[in-house]
Design a protein around this ligand. Structure first.
Ligand code: MN
Length: 219
């Protein structure tokens, strides 16, 4: 089975592109020393960034510099389209899971300084580990607590109700520019508390109501 196949309630859906929202929680924008954006900040990870570690090791070479965790709710699109209204966008979501937007923060910081793209900092192999998906009919994902623990201590805590742009708003906005398709994923942004990961760190990421995601960092 391909690593890029997503299992959803007995269906196998090939994973497409991975759309991500930056600074979608005000407290995280603040900790990064930036302001709350007026419209969604979007970037991509390639489908090859996807990983399903299921409690196993996740390898990111140490040579790449500082690696940060960002726990996020991840939506799986069951349908796509172009120029979707917010209402149509809200019907495009078919499943949800918890994921970690792994970020090579030193490389990203340099990219910000030189006004260069984030492709390397955000799109490297295994930069998008996700847990198992459950069905979610529609983008009304409700109020879900989320957290990330490293070696048993809490690093991140938040709630999906604190998103600046809703899932439907992000999907609708994105389809002005990109055709979204069944199998595409949306990383919806991270609450505050992002920080570095070292070799051997055990990461547990959780969003209420979906299977937990855990992995051991290998660097
Ligand atoms: Mn993120």
């Amino acid at each position: 089975m391909s690593l890029r196949a997503i299992h959803l309630a007995g269906e196998v859906i090939p994973a497409g592109k991975i759309l991500c929202v930056g600074r979608n929680y005000a407290a995280h924008a603040k900790e990064m020393g930036t302001v709350v954006p007026a419209e969604p900040i979007l970037f991509f990870k390639p489908a090859t960034a996807l990983a399903f570690p299921h409690g196993d090791d996740l390898f990111v070479p140490r040579a790449f510099g500082e690696l940060h965790h960002e726990v996020e709710l991840v939506c799986l699109l069951g349908a796509g389209g172009k120029n979707l209204s917010t209402e149509d966008a809200s019907r495009a979501v078919a499943g949800i899971a918890v994921g970690v937007d792994l970020t090579l923060r030193a490389i990203q910081a340099r990219a910000k300084e030189t006004r260069s793209p984030w492709a390397v900092a955000k799109g490297f192999d295994s930069s998008a580990p996700v847990g198992d998906f459950i069905r979610c009919d529609g983008a009304d994902i409700g109020a879900r607590a989320m957290s990330l623990h490293v070696n048993g201590s809490k690093r991140q805590e938040g709630n999906t109700t604190d998103m600046i742009f809703t899932v439907a708003a992000v999907v609708s906005f994105a389809t002005r520019y990109f055709t979204l398709e069944r199998g595409d994923l949306l990383f919806t942004g991270t609450p505050p508390g992002v920080g570095p990961l070292e070799d051997g760190d055990e990461v547990v990421a959780a969003v209420a109501g979906v299977p937990e995601l855990s992995f051991t960092v290998k660097r």
